[in-house]
Design a protein around this ligand. Structure first.
Ligand code: SDX
Length: 429
């Protein structure tokens, strides 16, 4: 089939510029602007609203239809039939594992969950009140100091062991961040527990008594990890790719992704949703906050609503809402006032024309915080859990980029500063 092209004619530019158009297996065609610089132009797209920064085969999102596919599998089917480690395998390897591959993978991850004993001393450098995300940024970046034996990013076996180490150790480091903040002793991972159950054990267990993980909460935790596993070229994943494009080691790249995720416009939204629901307090105050969200002069935004891509319901939010009801039923807290406020807020927002015309629907963060709070997870751990869940996505995108041809990411700009001028001696200023 003949190469599709786009014709660009620019006032004052003598000839029309012909640009190649590429077609993917799903989603919009892309116009390849690579040769525009040679023609004396850059494109301008702050926030990359209309820019495809790379080619990828991992995750596909259709924002208008509310579709999310991981290697072609719909998130709803994965949430119902799969589990988090199976999804990690799928994201990284491209295919669902067979029984033998799954068993080997689970065993491999289990035997990498411990961290180097020396790493424990890093935590002592943080004040007890330090935010767990600050701790996680620090200790994940520090992991590269412990694995000099496998930092050759061009060596596939080094990439494989690093991938397994990061997925295996994130829950351990996350739980250690919590234990340090709470002043409790660290709990060593247990290989007889599933990935999510082990995380809850390391979070809530203590050396003085046996801690039995509630299987309903373990399943909910597994599903929360699963729903956060990957999401195409979001801000933190793009940060990991950009850091990786310089040849930085994967631990440094993941630490960069954790930092980007922390912002309240991105992964920090789940913590911000809980703080906002507490600030709203009760259903009777909702109108005041909806009014503020609609006020152009007020920077206030309804956290957990809106999305750069989804202009329909975030499919993860629907699954999260179902999980919310399962957890609340198990804990016998269906009447939780926060849940009531959240449900009423959602109902009002979905009927309000400001939100309807801007297609602002609840996103993945809207219900996740409510579930995590009901499970006893401290609010400042919510984004740490998002980062733990997102690790396979980050590392899959890093692997995808590094294992093929890539260039260092180096955007340009529209310069609006002073034109050339000569230095003025201080006596003349
Ligand atoms: C995540 O990219 C990903 O995939 C991210 C993520 C992932 O899995 O990696 O899905 C995870 O980050 C989910 C989003 C979590 N963030 C929040 O819940 C924070 C609240 N949401 C907003 O900050 C906002 O909706 C964004 C940042 C999520 C999206 O912002 P956009 O796409 O840049 O949209 P915008 O800021 O241009 O807003 C468009 C309009 C504006 O109004 P107008 O100027 O057109 O009049 O909608 C308004 C905005 O003021 N708006 C909101 C709003 N979100 C957008 N108004 C009130 N409350 C909100 N939450």
């Amino acid at each position: 089939m003949a190469q599709k092209t786009a014709q660009l004619s620019i006032d004052g530019h003598s000839e029309t510029i012909t640009l190649p158009v590429h077609t993917g297996t799903e989603g919009p065609d892309v116009i390849d602007i690579g040769k525009l610089t040679a023609q004396g132009y850059f494109t301008y797209d702050p926030g990359f609203v209309s820019t495809a920064a790379c080619e990828s085969s991992i995750t596909y999102i259709d924002g208008d239809q509310g579709i999310l596919l991981h290697r072609g599998y719909p998130i709803e089917q994965l949430a119902e039939h799969s589990n988090y480690l199976e999804l990690c395998y799928l994201l990284i390897n491209g295919e669902l594992p067979n029984a033998e591959q799954q068993s080997t993978y689970v065993d491999t991850i289990k035997h990498h969950t411990m961290v180097h004993e020396q790493l424990r001393f890093f935590f002592n450098g943080f004040r007890r009140g330090a935010h767990p995300m600050a701790i996680l940024c620090g200790v994940v970046g520090a992991l590269s100091a412990f694995y000099h034996d496998s930092l050759d990013i061009d060596d596939e076996t080094h990439r494989q062991i690093t991938t397994n180490r990061l997925i295996a150790k994130m829950p351990t480091l996350a739980a250690m961040s919590h234990k340090h903040a709470s002043g409790q002793p660290f709990m060593y991972p247990r290989n007889d527990l599933s990935y999510a159950a082990n995380f809850l054990y390391m979070m809530f267990g203590n050396p003085c008594e046996e801690y039995v993980v509630n299987p309903v909460l373990a399943k909910a935790m597994d599903r929360i990890f699963l729903l956060h596993a990957d999401h195409e070229q979001n801000a933190s994943t793009s940060t990991v790719r950009l850091a990786g494009s310089t040849g930085a080691n994967p631990y440094a790249c993941i630490a960069a992704g954790i930092s980007a995720l922390w912002g309240p416009a991105h992964g920090g939204a789940n913590e911000a949703v809980l703080k906002q629901l507490n600030e709203i307090g009760s259903v009777k105050n909702i109108d005041k906050f909806i009014k503020r969200a609609k006020d152009k002069d007020d920077p206030f935004r309804l956290m957990g609503f809106g999305h750069r891509v989804y202009k329909n319901y975030d499919p993860r939010a629907k699954v999260m809402q179902q999980t919310c009801h399962e957890v609340f039923a198990e804990l016998g807290v269906e009447e939780d006032p926060l849940l009531k406020t959240a449900q009423r807020l959602e109902q009002i927002a979905l009927e309000d024309e400001y939100f309807v015309e801007r297609k602002l629907y609840p996103n993945v963060d809207f219900y996740s915080g409510i579930i995590l709070k009901a499970m006893g997870i401290p609010v400042d751990m919510f984004t740490v859990i998002f980062a733990t869940g997102r690790t396979p996505g980050w590392i899959a995108h890093w692997n995808e980029m590094i294992s093929g041809p890539y260039k260092i990411g180096r955007p340009r700009q529209l310069y609006k500063g002073p034109t050339k001028r000569d230095y003025a001696d201080i006596k003349t200023r």
